[in-house]
Design a protein. Structure first.
Length: 290
């Protein structure tokens, strides 16, 4: 694995090259969620490499040289990463992201025509206000400023407030961690201007989500995006994978925070198989990207 720093190239990346035969023209950009650390870019990137697909894991905040808060985070470094990959000879660049990272890869692909495929796990369909606080969940607060910017400009964004009362009640009464209630009321008054323009993506899209995602409404978000794509007569392939026994965390890892979700404690093997199945189908899907 090779580290790429912001000081060197203008983005923070972890570059994984397969040791076995692979398509030298195809690469996956791997983006993690709102935690903003190296875990998913490093570990899932390495998994892609072991499966014969080159991968560039990218961190977009909370690392050296990048914003320390998830507020007004520039997406421009992804353009630099794309150029860096093209200079290495890659011609087919796919983006893969989970949760906040899924929102981000959909956004990037809608802005950057060199992206020829997107895998969005547990996504949302619009841009939200950013979040202050890069430590524990209890330290976080929402901002009215956009979480992302592009070429110095904010995006229109939905806003909400982080209220812990319902989360604490769910933990006590149901032993269940849930934050989806945060988004329910604002989305009743959805502002179309905040929607990601997924119809501008220049390649295939794979949506993956849990049937009961308790972190935010990814099922409804996917339905909205599929409908939007159909209305715009989207010219590329769109695939959807729904998992009944799965949580918001659909990457092929086994972090301790899985235990926050009741379904992960009730059906650990089923949920593990869902994560593994989603990854195996992602590998096959990427292999079919032309």
């Amino acid at each position: 694995m090779e580290y790429v720093t912001v000081a060197q190239e203008g983005f923070y990346g972890l570059y994984h090259v397969p040791v076995k035969d692979h398509d030298p023209k195809k690469v996956v950009i791997v983006v993690g969620g709102s935690e903003g650390n190296e875990n998913i870019p490093m570990n899932v990137g390495a998994m892609f490499a072991r499966c014969g697909i080159a991968a560039l894991g990218i961190c977009y905040w909370n690392v050296d040289g990048l914003p320390k808060e998830l507020v007004r985070v520039p997406v421009d470094p992804f353009e630099k990463a794309i150029l860096w990959l093209k200079n290495k000879g890659y011609e087919k660049i796919i983006m893969y992201g989970i949760s906040k990272g899924a929102e981000l890869v959909l956004l990037c692909a809608s802005l950057m025509p060199d992206i020829c495929g997107v895998v969005a796990l547990s996504p949302i369909h619009c841009i939200w206000g950013g979040m202050y606080g890069n430590k524990s969940m209890a330290s976080k607060t929402f901002s009215s400023a956009s979480e992302f910017t592009y070429r110095g400009k904010d995006f229109p964004c939905m806003t909400t407030h982080l209220k812990y009362g319902p989360a604490i009640r769910n933990l006590i009464l149901h032993q269940q961690f849930e934050l989806s209630y945060i988004y329910e009321e604002p989305l009743k008054h959805f502002d179309e201007d905040t929607a990601i323009h997924v119809e501008n993506i220049q390649g295939n899209i794979l949506f993956i989500y849990a049937k009961e995602d308790l972190m935010w409404p990814s099922k409804e978000a996917v339905a909205y995006m599929v409908n939007r794509l159909e209305k715009h007569r989207f010219a590329f392939r769109v695939d959807v994978l729904e998992y009944e026994k799965a949580s918001h965390i659909l990457v092929p890892l086994n972090p301790s925070k899985l235990k926050m979700f009741k379904i992960e404690r009730q059906y650990p093997e089923d949920c593990r198989r869902s994560r593994e199945d989603a990854f195996h189908k992602t590998i096959k899907w990427i292999s079919e990207v032309k």
